[in-house]
Structures are given as structure tokens and as C-alpha cells.
Design a protein around this ligand. Sequence first.
Ligand code: ADP
Length: 323
Amino acid sequence: MSKIAILTSGGDAPGLNACIRSLVRTAIFHGIKTIGIHRGYDGMIEGDFFEMDAGTVSNIIQKGGTILKSSRSERFKTPEGRETAFQQLKKAGIEAVLVIGGDGSLAGAKYFAATYPIPWIGIPKTIDNDISGTDYAIGFDTATNTAMQAIDNIRDTAESHNRIYFVEVMGRNSGSIAYKTGISVGAEAIYIPETNTDLEHLFDVFERGWSRKKSSLIVVVAEGDEAGGAFAISKKVKEKFPQFDMAVCILGHVQRGGSPTCNDRVLATKLGVAAIDALLSGQKNIMVGEVKGEILYTPLENVVKRHLEITPAMTELIDILSI
Ligand code: ADP
């Protein structure tokens, strides 16, 4: 193995740069030349390649975003697009590809690898933490910490004004950010796509809170909650309690950016080293993950979207702590 390519693909997440740095430095350590691919699969199709050295990744471990840029590529979803990508890789003498991506990017890698002889290694990143084969994907820890800090700030203003806040966090199909963040900010209620939003229960929580003179209430809602998100839920609550002062805050893309947490930097670094190790030991078409502190290799064909499982104990935890 003398020449590899690396890219970031799909929605960005904090920690991508830490992983890029780890891949490049580990490759150089083993005498492997690293080619960076700009703009995900679109850049692969267009041959937007450049050589990386140890200096290319200096001083990026703490930075959000991705120095390689990212994209969503419709062309890579087609056999013609993947054929062009293969020709570009072949022309550049690439012997293996390492992609840092979510379940979509890893599916793309799987389809490519099924047709062409170049080995692939995937590294999981997603702020929703919804990829099987790893306890945590790169970006989730930072996204939850960013949301937690923002909601702590909202709690201050909610307290000052005796106000109810409905805070919407990211998660179109996943309540992972909402659940973890909601626990960490002491939310009075948490609504996520994985559970049925019971407004009668929410009304009870509000009445109980107000009767014991709570001066603020925070409801954390995942954007994909089946009740329609924070605005829809707040509207229904306003109809029931018109006398209450209420506000909605949509946190949005702040959760994708920012300096990665210590956990994300360390995870990204470990997965980068493990990815190069896997390649050197002859593994191919796998994703590297970390489960219970140990590196785990999962064939790309077995990597699936993981759904957050809400146990009765998790629901009870929220109820007990919101009294
Ligand atoms: P993420 O990797 O963050 O889940 P996406 O789902 O948008 O993000 O996927 C990123 C890119 O991966 C897509 O734009 C596309 O180029 C590629 N991809 C996703 N799904 C497939 C698929 N089924 N077949 C081929 N390529 C895919």
C-alpha cells in the first residue's frame, strides 16, 4: 500500500478535521502517500485531488468543519457517476479510499466496492449517532454539548421572565440529540420521533410545575417529532394555557459547527489510526467503530441506520426528574 485517498462526505459534523489529521499523520508514519479529495463524492467524480503532507493537517484538530469540504452528490448514486469516480481514482494511482461519512456515504462506499477492486474503509460521523457498529459516531458528543450550552443560556432568560421555552434541536429521524441534551439541561419534557407525543401528559407537567411555582419550563423537541416540531407543539399548549408566556427557539445548524469536544477529538483520532491499521492488515470494505472501548470492524454491507431505543427506564427518568 503506497497511495491512499481520503474524503469527507454528507452532512458535516464537528471532529472531521481531527480525523483527517489522524489519517494523514498515521499514513505518513507508515510511509503511505495521502491524497485528499475535495467536496466528497462530487470531487471524486471530478478528480479534485491534492497531495497532503503532515503540514496540511497542522493546527486543525480543534477546528470545526472540514478542510476537505463535503457534499451531497446525486451523481455518485448512479452507476455512471461511480464509474467516472473509479476512472479518476485509477488515473491517480489510488490503492484504497478512506471515507468519513454517515450511513448514506457508507452505503455509497458499499455499492462502489461491490463493483470495483479498490478497497474502502469507512469511518462513522453523524451528529445523530444513528450508525450501527459503533457506540458513538464522530460529532455527536460535540452537537449535544453545543445544544446543552445553548439551552442553559435559554434557561437563564426563561427564569428571568417566568417563561416556557420550546427548544427544537436537530434530529429529523432521530431523538438522540434531544434525549441526551434534554436530560443534561433538566428539561421538563422531551419529545422525539421514537415516542408518541402525549400532550395531555405535557399539560399535567405544566400544571404541576406552575402549581409549585416553577419560574421556567423547558421542553426539548427533536425537529422530526411526529407532533410537528416545537412551533406546532407550542401552538397547542398556547391554546390550552393562553395565560402563559411562551417562546420557541430553533437551534438549527449551530449544532453542526464549533470546536469538537475532547471526546470527539479522541474518538476521531483513535478511529483514524484504526482505519489505517485495518488497511495495513489487509482488511477491506469495512467500517471502523468503537464499542465498549474496543475497536470493532464491521463489513460495510452490515452497516445500517440505528434507531434509538427508548426503554421504560429512560422515560421514567425524565418523569422523575421533572417533578
Ligand atoms: P451522510 O453520509 O451524512 O448520511 P447522505 O445520506 O447525504 O449523507 O449521503 C452522502 C452521499 O453519499 C450522497 O450524496 C451520495 O453521493 C452518497 N450516497 C448516499 N446513499 C447512497 C446510495 N444508496 N448509493 C450510492 N451513493 C449513495
